[in-house]
Design a protein around this ligand. Sequence first.
Ligand SMILES: N[C@@H](CCC(=O)N[C@@H](CS)C(=O)NCC(=O)O)C(=O)O
Length: 214
Amino acid sequence: MVDTSGLRLFHAPRTRSVRVRWLLEEMDLPYTLETVPFAQRPAGDEAYGEIHPLRKVPALEDKGRVMFESVAILQYLMGRYGPTDLEVTPDEADYDLFLQWLHYGESGMILPVTLLLAHTMLLPEKARSPVIARSAKRDTVKALSMLADHGLAGRDYLAADRFTAADISVGYMLFLLKIIKQFDDAPAAVKAYFARLTARPSWSVASAMDPVAG
Ligand SMILES: N[C@@H](CCC(=O)N[C@@H](CS)C(=O)NCC(=O)O)C(=O)O
């Protein structure tokens, strides 16, 4: 039996650590949740700097070793503690789509979504640029159309006709768009997809607001 006793997730509600918590719940792996205060920047305290030098979340500790980057952590957990249906393996036809959408959720979507967040909410009002906000919105709309027209065309999930870590990766970005109130005009197929993902019991745990971050 695989020893998972050392898994510690450094987490703050509504952040990318939701991805990791979601996968841990789906895989039914035992873990300790360490809440990182996120109200101030950098997140956490000086001691947290020993865990994640940039003081971002998530970070995962496994038997004294620490790693960061949420999508890499998903791959790590599936590789080390699988096999799991959340992973599409190289012998499956949709292995390419799986990797593509797994990384699209972070690498492909991060720029427009982050710019949109910064220039509509995060920055002080006088530092926001309407030009950047408009261009980020256009690119976000394109990123969502890409999902509707390609990823989800004739499919309920992004790869292998089942819920996988690619859906966890992309699903988190959709959640972030919802938080920043930029999801109402998403294509109907993407909204239906998000509803499908968030109907899973694991989502309620992963997206819980407790414990409250400072
Ligand atoms: N690409 C990284 C992004 C990590 C990241 O930027 N996390 C945000 C929360 S979603 C954070 O900690 N921000 C605090 C900061 O940038 O100071 C990942 O996927 O883990």
